[in-house]
Design a binder for this molecule. Structure first.
Ligand SMILES: [Zn+2]
Length: 246
């Protein structure tokens, strides 16, 4: 089923998410921010007040309590990271948190069950090159990360992530394009022209560190010229599309 939707997700709750939010609001973008309460890998996380401020305009999803890769944890630790990350955000925001994002895109079938039983209504992965919301609410895919990946990394991801039938169209669209930014433009343009889902994702920290704000600004202008305001959604709305297949 073809459905034109533009979505963006931003991971890790870095303080630069506030600059991201300003940029997104200027473009009339909808988006979901996946936020751990602390980041065990080192980078700082938004203050509680800043998370509440973000939640006034955007969907907030959970990204575990401490940004821990679930596969590296035992069962009880994984369960605690999933449940406590949700509870902490809900207490902070005073409302239900629907979405979860697997840190590092790493998870096992067991973790999907844990996310379901914790009461989340959907979960996002880092699986890329989808031009749809997929057919699994707890394994929502993406189209492409806004990040200067080399073409060989793209190819490695394509091979290792499976679901090739659903991903080969996007791979054909980017063809042999060597420039990472051109690949994003090609995919946004194709997805819009063919009336499909375009779901980009990024880390505000990367954008900041690599000085990519102007490039992201230009890409969002390009994307919002192609997707009407009513077609711009957050991930909870993409999850509704995926759920239609269950
Ligand atoms: Zn992350």
């Amino acid at each position: 089923m073809k459905q034109a939707r533009l979505s963006l997700s931003i991971d890790d709750g870095h303080p630069a998410d506030l600059r991201m939010a300003d940029l997104l609001m200027r473009h009339g973008m909808r988006a979901t921010f996946y936020i751990p309460m602390r980041n065990g890998e080192g980078p700082p996380v938004l203050t509680p007040g800043a998370i509440r401020e973000l939640a006034r305009h955007f969907e907030i999803g959970s990204h575990t309590l401490d940004h821990r890769f679930l596969k590296r944890l035992n069962v009880l630790e994984a369960l605690a990271q999933i449940q406590e990350g949700k509870t902490a955000l809900e207490e902070l925001l005073g409302k239900k948190v629907e979405g979860f994002c697997y840190p590092g895109g790493k998870y096992r079938p067991l973790h999907i069950k844990m996310v379901q039983s914790a009461g989340f209504s959907y979960a996002r992965t880092t699986k890329n090159l989808f031009l749809s919301a997929g057919i699994k609410r707890y394994e929502l895919p993406t189209t492409l990360q806004f990040y200067p990946h080399s073409r060989s990394i793209m190819m490695r991801n394509f091979i290792s992530q499976g679901d090739w039938n659903q991903r080969r169209t996007a791979l054909n669209v980017i063809g042999y394009e060597a420039d990472w930014l051109n690949r994003l433009y090609l995919l946004v343009d194709y997805a819009a022209r063919s009336g499909r889902v375009c779901h980009l994702w990024c880390h505000s920290l990367d954008i900041d560190k690599l000085g990519l704000w102007k490039r992201l600004d230009a890409l969002l202008r390009f994307a919002t010229q192609r997707y009407a305001a009513s077609q711009r959604v957050d991930n909870s709305q993409l999850a509704v599309l995926a759920a239609e297949f269950e």
